[in-house]
Design a protein around this ligand. Structure first.
Ligand SMILES: [Zn+2]
Length: 271
């Protein structure tokens, strides 16, 4: 069952790539159970873990199909993931039907599926949009030196896309297809992008990595490269969603909903 949204007449479909449960200590940097525990405990499962998922988004733009991220693909390994292709098939969409791919950022759970089994571009007729700061980071020595070869999937994907002349590097906010606006949302990674669809849906990528970040925008993710920058981005995105009546959804959030201000934070009202 694919979850779908209507963003002012534009259909959007959440493609669930896989899922996992994670200890809050691995979600939030410097997790303090005395301070954060009371807020976190209602969301924990019997093993004391938070539910998460890996997800991409398909948008039926008037300019053709737009895909945001591509899941783990062949890099899933022991993780539960790599199902974006099957999710597209369920919707009757073939890889060559995709006209635009927006790469929110270069982590493996977002770019792994950009290449097929022979390391060829998985979406051969799509231009692949990425922010310049993101492309520059994954082309730098720093990315090649990340532990556990964490940069491997992004380096391989960007290289193959560049070779195939399918990479489109942008320098700021841009409408990449009718009703689909990529917006700068740095902090999780240097050139992270979020996406606004037809003034109806805000896809936050990994700028909002947990639903607990809605009431607590100040809780920095352990995976953020620049936690302070991402907190500022997260606050700006939540304010935008609240002020413009956007439904907030994101890669790892198990829920989606509208955003209402509440003191220093916000409340997510599930759809
Ligand atoms: Zn992610």
């Amino acid at each position: 069952m694919v979850e779908s949204f209507d963003a002012g007449g534009v259909a959007c479909h959440v493609l669930v790539d896989g899922g996992r449960t994670v200890s809050p200590r691995f979600v939030f940097r410097g997790y303090d159970d005395d301070v954060q525990g009371p807020f976190v405990r209602p969301y924990l499962d019997a093993e004391g873990k938070l539910a998460g998922r890996f997800a991409a988004l398909l948008i039926e733009s008037a300019d053709g199909h737009v895909l945001i991220d591509a899941g783990l693909g062949p890099f899933a390994g022991p993780l539960d993931g790599g199902r974006v292709r099957q999710e597209l098939e369920i919707l009757g969409v073939q890889p060559w039907d995709i006209r635009t791919v927006i790469i929110t950022h270069g982590h493996a759970d977002h770019v792994g599926g950009l290449l097929g089994p022979r390391k060829e571009p998985a979406f051969p007729d799509a231009r692949h949009v990425i922010h310049r700061a993101e492309a520059d980071f994954w082309a730098s020595e720093d990315a090649g030196e990340l532990p556990d070869d964490a940069g491997g999937p992004a380096i391989a994907a960007l290289h193959a896309l560049l070779q195939a002349d399918l990479l489109d590097v942008i320098g700021g906010d841009l409408e990449v297809a009718a009703g689909v606006r990529a917006i700068e949302a740095p902090g999780h990674t240097p050139g992270h992008l979020a996406v606004v669809v037809n003034d109806g849906l805000l896809w936050a990528g990994d700028a909002v990595i947990s639903q607990l970040n809605v009431p607590h925008p100040e809780w920095v993710s352990a995976a953020d490269m620049d936690g302070a920058a991402n907190e500022a981005t997260r606050r700006a995105l939540l304010a935008r969603a609240a002020d413009h009546g956007l439904v907030l959804a994101a890669s790892h959030l198990p829920v989606a909903g509208s955003i209402v201000r509440d003191g220093d934070g916000y409340v997510l009202v599930e759809r």
